[in-house]
Design a protein around this ligand. Structure first.
Ligand code: 13P
Length: 249
């Protein structure tokens, strides 16, 4: 396994001035460059300006979503090549908020993952169960569907290029982090699914991030677990101090 990947998903937060200020601070505060690959994912409107600040640094840029088509009459949508043209290296695909509020299905997300890879963007493909599904004992069933359908018909060579984020829906924005053991158990299960889709050698190379109420207080222990290869951070990535503490762990 290479570097840990720690990504900040700013969601629908920060206007242009706020985004610029935050990223200037992070650029100064990021020390752990040998151990961690940092990715920040601002909203579309801030990508270009944030790129000007991070392009010569060790901080990588990511988008929060994209559309599957290359161009044309799709009012309001953004293509992979547009993201590339403003410096994006990563794109979050299938965040639970996209699944929940915009009805994005595993099949649609499978298309997005393929288009991202074709365009040399690293997809951060998100999976995770709701509280109801966890309480009904369906964690493995849900994760299996999301992984096998969302990553269907992708070659082993291409699967190596993706990052997976396990984000239990009940832990997002709620302050309820999964315990490191709970998270790691699901990561181990995801890795097992990846072994069955590819091989042990390939599955080992795929980074699996944990997301859901990660804070400077919880990140160390999470990151110490065998199958947790980084974090996808929401709320705590919106403040320079707390995100700096997490990336410099
Ligand atoms: P929080 O860290 O705010 O719980 O958000 C997690 C998340 O959804 C990151 O994509």
């Amino acid at each position: 396994m290479g570097k840990m990947i720690i990504a900040g998903n700013w969601k629908m937060n920060k206007d242009l001035d706020e985004a610029v200020q935050l990223v200037e601070k992070l650029k100064k505060g990021f020390k752990n460059k040998n151990k961690v690959e940092v990715v920040i994912c601002p909203s579309f409107t801030n990508l270009s300006s944030v790129n000007e600040i991070v392009k010569d640094s060790d901080i990588k840029l990511g988008a929060q979503n994209m559309y599957t088509e290359e161009k044309g009459a799709y009012t309001g949508e953004i293509s992979a090549s547009m993201l590339k043209s403003v410096g994006c290296k990563y794109v979050i695909i299938g965040h639970s908020e996209r699944r929940q509020y915009f009805n994005e299905s595993n099949q649609f997300l499978n298309n997005k993952v393929k288009v991202a890879i074709e365009n040399n963007l690293t997809p951060i493909y998100c999976v995770g169960e709701t509280l109801e599904q966890r309480e009904a004992g369906k964690v493995e069933k849900v994760i299996k569907e999301q992984v096998s359908e969302g990553l269907k018909d992708i070659s082993a060579d291409d699967l190596k290029k993706i990052v997976i984020a396990y984000e239990p829906v009940w832990a997002i924005g709620t302050g309820k982090t999964a315990t490191p053991q709970q998270a790691n158990d699901v990561h181990v299960y995801i890795r097992k699914l990846l072994v069955s889709m590819t091989s042990e050698a390939v599955a080992e190379q795929i980074s699996i991030l944990y997301g859901g109420s990660v804070t400077p207080e919880t990140s160390n222990e999470l990151m110490g677990k065998s199958d947790i290869d980084g974090a996808l951070v929401g709320g705590a990535s919106l403040k320079a101090d707390s995100f700096a503490d997490i990336i410099n762990y």
